[in-house]
Design a protein around this ligand. Sequence first.
Ligand SMILES: Nc1ncnc2c1ncn2[C@@H]1O[C@H](COP(=O)(O)OP(=O)(O)OP(=O)(O)O)[C@@H](O)[C@H]1O
Ligand SMILES: [Mg+2]
Length: 266
Amino acid sequence: MSAAETWVAQRAREPDRSGRLVCALSGKGGVGKTNVVCNLAVAAARRGARVLLVDGDLGLANLDVLLGLAPERNVEDVLTGRCRLEDALCTGPAGIALLPAASGRGALASLQGPALDALIALLWDTRRVFDLVAIDAGAGVGSVAIELGASADPALLVTTGEPTALVDAYATLKVLWRRAPSLRVDLLVNAAASAAEARAVSAQLDRLSGRFLGKQARFAGWIPRDRRVRDAVLRQRALVELFPTAAVSHRFGALAQRYLAEDSGS
Ligand SMILES: Nc1ncnc2c1ncn2[C@@H]1O[C@H](COP(=O)(O)OP(=O)(O)OP(=O)(O)O)[C@@H](O)[C@H]1O
Ligand SMILES: [Mg+2]
């Protein structure tokens, strides 16, 4: 059965189902969004969930590279009507479906208006087929990242403890909540040395956002700094597959488990 046939069959079997749509964002680049979202997705699939991983870094795609895949089509083919979304998917580790983006496409990176709305509507619709839709938005507060983040439930704000990353995380939170005041935002502290460090980072952001925005993101957990993350990148494999018993992989597993256990539509 082709991917598209499977898709149609699943919809027919369970017309009312609706998975969770999580979108990773950050202000500053390089804080680990792509690795976080990739391992969250694969960890969820390893627990039996149907998972769609979406490269929302539309003009600077790299999830396919991270996973050692060579997709034939990508989101640009979908947006220009050359194929359906289900026909642009390729299969990754643990059976995840990946919607790849294009690389070096400035026009895609600055997508806005009806074209961006149409993409978001398509992604929203995939919740009827997948238990978890995990999107990697690019860095910064451009329209693509903010609109993808604002459409998610929750937006997953990724930061490290570096002051520059933290200040940019705050700025992203400000833009997100201006765009979508009731949006649920979870905070993930990446590359932390300890739980205490991660909590301190979260507390700093809470102080800023409590004082100036009147509310705070939810602390969703932390991922340790671990050289195996880089090893996995170099080997173009998902960390949670390559090192399934490592503590860092258990943390991705716990995060995935939490999202899968929550009722969607909250
Ligand atoms: N928990 C971690 N421990 C150690 N190294 C990490 C960790 N997370 C990320 N890294 C390193 O940081 C690099 C950047 O990570 P990644 O590409 O996921 O960031 P990003 O936020 O997606 O970047 P961009 O904003 O450019 O898209 C990775 O190649 C990896 O080597
Ligand atoms: Mg990235």
